[in-house]
Structures are given as C-alpha cells and as structure tokens.
Ligand binder design. Structure first.
Ligand code: PLP
Length: 401
C-alpha cells in the first residue's frame, strides 16, 4: 500500500456493506455454525482450502470479518482478526510468533495485563522478555539477542504517556529481523503505526474505538499470512485459545467505529484545554500536546494532526491520599467516574499505581516514574469543557490545600 497520503478515517468511510435485504448496515450472522452444500467443501474448509466459506464461529463470522476489514482499512494492513478482548488479541499474537527459547524486547511502560503476561506467564513456555526504556533507542538495541523475535511497545504508553519513536524502532526491527508489534489503544487515528513501518498493530476495542464502555473487544491488524496463521484450525493461537468475538458485539462495535474520528477530535480538544489549564495552575501535568512533554515533538512529527494528541492525560497530586480525595470529590460532583478504562463519553479517572498498573512491582514503578499520587484521566466528550475546568478546579482547591 502507498502510505504517502494515508487517511485512516476516509478508509473507514469508503467501505460499503449492504445488509442481506438492502439494509444500510450489514446483516448480523446470528449463528455459531454454518451448513455446507457438499461434504467435500466442508473438508476443504477445514484444510484451509475453501476461501469464503464459514465453518464455525470460533474461527470467524461474517460480522467479525466486516469489523476486521474496517479496522484493517483504518490501520492500513492487509487484513485483521477481531477477538473477545484486547488481551484476547495481544496474547495469541505473541504466542503465535514465538517458540520456546525465543526472546522479546518490550517497553517497560505498557498496559499492566500485557506486562504481567510477558513477565509472569510466558516464561513458563521458556519465552523471556527484557523490559527497556523504549524512548532510548540505544538501550532498546542493546537488549536485542540472537533469539529475539519481537519488539513490543505502545505508541502512547499506559499510563505514563511516553511516545515511542515508531519509525526508528521499525528500522531497528528490520535491521535485526524482528517483528515490531505496536499496541495503538491510546492513539487510534492519531497514529498510524504501519505507515511508520510497524509490522503488526493491536488494539483493545474496549476503549476509544468502541467508546461506550459497554463491550470488550480486541483486534490484531497485520499481514494475511499472520492472520491466517492465527486462525489456523491446526495450530492457530486465536482459533485454539478461543478468545473469539461474538457477532452481535462485532456488529455493535462496527457502528461505533464510524464516529471514532469525531469522538477523537473532541477527546483531544478537551484534553488539550484541561492540560494547558492544569499546567498553568502549577500541577505536574503530562500530556503529549504540551510543549513540556519530552515526546511532544516526536508525537507531532508522527501523528495525523487532525485527531490531536488524544484524550489521556495525567496529573501528579503528590500522594495517594490526595489523589483519592480529589477523585472521590470529582465523582460526587458528577465530573466523571472513578473507574479504570478509557474512551468513554464521561471523564474516567483512576490512580494507576494502585490499580491498572499494580501488576508492576513497587520498585519498578518508582524507577519508571509511576508515583503514588499520579491520576490518570481519560477526558470525556464534555460539550462545555470550560465549565468542566472551573468545577474541577474547585474540587482541587477543596482537596489539595
Ligand atoms: C485495556 C488495554 C488493553 C487490554 O484490553 P482488554 O480489552 O481490557 O483486554 C491492552 N492495552 C492497552 C493499552 C489497554 O489500555
């Protein structure tokens, strides 16, 4: 594909699927299994030799393929496979690409579940991971071994919002014959990792992409070869581990995907407004859109500008007690919810050190700058962000004296 003028939202918009009766939405395939007109076709399908035939819904379904193709179009990959959750997309992909004895180099600031999987789970299969500061390319390269197969990072990391230099990481991956796997959950549309050289892009659809906090979902976008291997009935990790998405959910996520561009613009606009205000008020504020952010220029150089710097920001209020008091008051005043996850219409906030990143041992949290008083905000779609700011400011004045 030619990525010179890559427009992810246009790629979604340009898809055209009609439903079975001419509906403007594709029909939902409400079946777990599919009939064959001949026994021979069933055999061929099991052997992987009958394109376009559906077998059994753990393998895939028409609804899942519609959603997968839309997400592949958004990321610029040949195809994609959707899964029942973000972890249901990430873990099989890693297992599919690694054998016992292999090695992974991963950013140390990643989603807590992915971190726990790499650190505590796959060493049982004799797959080892070195965790590195992904912003230091020389440190990343030094960690690569002859048996390294995967370089793993998040474009905008969770929860510290570090920016990965995808272009240079892709060059490193190419030089050492690794696959660059990127989790783009925090920056859908804003960053198109494949256009920068990444091999595989994954998302938790549970977050911004679905955007209504009603559904779990995940996707892996990559080459036809990788996706076919994940779905193989004989040795495909997605097929055999079974974290398959349900068709009803795939259909509902596809409908929400169509407004993602509008939502990302509003999340970004609101987050930028609050980040600038909080910083001016003297709070330690981390947001990639701020000039003070160490990855600001890098983010600016690799983003699709119209979607902005995303909806995530953090402020450090000094201690967990202060963070908790502030979050409880903001919830009481209906400025958002004290909840993990992200991408909702309401602002969500949590203290990651004691929640979503609690899988990471305390000494390692400290080393990476994950402090107790850090609050992670997923800024909502508030229509009047100035009012929201005034009300939040009042909560801060009352709790952070
Ligand atoms: C939530 C999240 C995941 C895991 O996704 P689930 O849908 O919860 O399984 C992975 N990566 C990132 C960056 C996330 O925020």
């Amino acid at each position: 594909m030619d990525f010179k003028d890559f427009k992810p939202a246009n790629n979604i918009q340009d898809l055209q699927y009609f439903g079975e009766f001419g509906g403007v939405n594709p029909s939902i395939s409400d079946s777990s299994t599919y009939t064959f007109l001949s026994a021979k076709t069933m055999f061929d399908t099991f052997e992987g030799n009958a394109d376009g035939c559906y077998l059994y819904s753990r393998h895939t379904t028409p609804s899942n393929l519609y959603l997968g193709e839309a997400l592949a179009a958004m990321e610029g990959t040949e195809t994609a496979n959707v899964a029942a959750s973000g972890m249901g997309a990430i873990t099989p992909t890693i297992l599919q690409l690694c054998q016992a004895g292999d090695h992974i180099v991963s950013s140390r600031t990643i989603y807590g579940g992915t971190y726990a999987f790499l650190k505590n789970f796959i060493p049982r299969m004799d797959i080892q991971t070195s965790f590195v500061d992904i912003t230091k390319l020389e440190v990343v390269e030094a960690a690569i071994r002859p048996e390294t197969k995967i370089l793993f990072c998040e474009c905008v990391s969770n929860p510290l919002l570090e920016i990965a230099d995808i272009k240079n990481l892709a060059a490193l991956a190419k030089k050492h014959n690794l696959q660059l796997l990127v989790d783009n959950t925090f920056s859908p549309l804003s960053i198109s990792p494949v256009t920068l050289g990444a091999d595989v892009v994954m998302h938790s659809l549970t977050k911004f992409i679905n955007g209504s906090s009603d559904t779990m979902g995940g996707v892996v976008c990559g080459s036809r070869e990788l996706i076919d291997s994940l779905r193989s009935v004989n040795d495909g990790a997605s097929m055999l581990l079974g974290a398959s998405m349900d068709s009803l959910r795939a259909a509902s996520i596809l409908k929400n995907l169509r407004t993602l561009h509008i939502r990302m613009q509003q999340h970004s606009k609101n987050a930028m407004f609050l980040a600038q205000k909080f910083e001016a008020d003297g709070f330690r504020t981390v947001y990639p859109g701020l000039k003070s952010h160490p990855g600001h220029e890098l983010m600016t150089s690799q983003m699709n500008k119209q979607y902005g710097y995303g909806g995530m920001l953090t402020i450090d209020v000094g201690s967990l007690d202060r963070a908790n008091a502030l979050m409880e008051l903001m919830q009481e005043r209906n400025l958002g919810y004290l909840a993990v996850s992200l991408g909702f219409y309401k602002t969500l906030f949590s203290a990651p050190g004691s929640s979503t990143s609690s899988e990471i041992p305390e000494d390692e949290q400290e080393e990476m700058g994950l402090t107790d008083g850090l609050i992670r905000f997923s800024i909502g779609l508030d229509a009047d962000i100035e009012r929201t700011y005034e009300l939040m400011k009042q909560c801060m004045v009352e709790t952070l004296k």
